[in-house]
Design a binder for this molecule. Structure first.
Ligand code: NAI
Length: 252
């Protein structure tokens, strides 16, 4: 029970990595707020946690909208009495080059991936600072560190998440708040299937290509969740500003 007594927010909590992490947080004793654009799917994850004997609430919200983020943080403080852990994980991808990317698509990817993380941090930091403790984990990507093909807005947005995380760690370390990024490689979630669709590729061959790395397979959501649990827990008490990579062995 490495998160016993802690209150946690998971954005994108209805998706592959978010759901797995919500379940893992609850299994370690945390009370979990499952936040997602898809409210019904978030409610299903919260119900799964409660059925297993855990404590969870679900909140529908668009992390790119400040009013939604303010409502989420207020609701979690009301329900759980504070916020110890915020896993800012909601994200979207567009598989296009710079030439193919419209300004609207660029803005939407940055709205969710960058502004969403910024807004979550802006509103959870004061709550954590008042308690002089907290762990924030932002979801970057291997492509936020190295770049990747046909995903210009995504790569730029995830690079921003990685460096925003370092800047947050510098600003808020003195307030007892740790801020780290988790940077997955290809993980077996709906996002990969969406990418295959966007690129007009057959799903099976796209997933087979995603498995071409030293460990010879894609990651599973629970493997990312395990790393996030560690960053959320007091076991990582001297770790902040780091970009933790979980990608089966680095490939570009
Ligand atoms: P997913 O598509 O299964 O889950 C993403 C979730 O975010 C969905 O439930 C979606 O409804 C939610 N979401 C999207 N926009 C939102 C918004 N504006 N407000 C609130 N919720 C919103 O994808 P996955 O793979 O679980 O992705 C989670 C994070 O991991 C993302 O930030 C993604 O970029 C990142 N990531 C994923 C990798 C992969 O291979 N699956 C690799 C590297 C990073």
């Amino acid at each position: 029970m490495r998160l016993a007594g802690k209150s946690a927010i998971v954005t994108g909590g209805a998706g592959g990595i978010g759901r797995a992490t919500s379940l893992a947080f609850a299994a370690e004793g945390a009370r979990v707020a499952v936040v997602d654009l898809q409210q019904e799917a978030a409610e299903a994850v919260a119900a799964e946690i409660r059925a297993a004997g855990g404590e969870a609430i679900a909140l529908g919200a668009d992390v790119s909208a400040e009013a939604d983020v303010e409502r989420v943080v207020a609701a979690v403080v009301e329900a759980f009495g504070g916020v110890d852990v915020s896993f800012n994980n909601a994200g979207i991808i567009r598989r296009t080059t710079a030439v193919e990317t419209t300004v609207e698509e660029w803005d939407r990817v940055f709205g969710v991936n960058v502004r969403g993380v910024f807004l979550m941090c802006k509103h959870v930091v004061p709550v954590m600072a008042a308690a002089v403790k907290g762990s924030i984990i932002n979801t970057g990507s291997g492509w936020g560190l190295k770049g990747g093909g046909q995903a210009i807005s995504y790569c730029a947005s995830k690079g921003a998440v990685v460096n925003m995380t370092r800047a947050l760690a510098i600003d808020h370390g003195p307030q007892g708040i740790r801020v780290n990024s988790i940077n997955p490689g290809d993980v077996n979630t709906g996002m990969l299937r969406d990418e295959a669709r966007q690129l007009g590729q057959e799903t099976g061959s796209f997933l087979a290509e995603a498995a071409e790395r030293p460990l010879r397979r894609m990651g599973e959501p629970a493997e990312i969740a395990a790393a996030v649990v560690w960053l959320a827990s007091d076991e990582s008490s001297y770790v902040t500003g780091t970009a933790l990579v979980a990608d089966g062995g680095g490939i570009a």
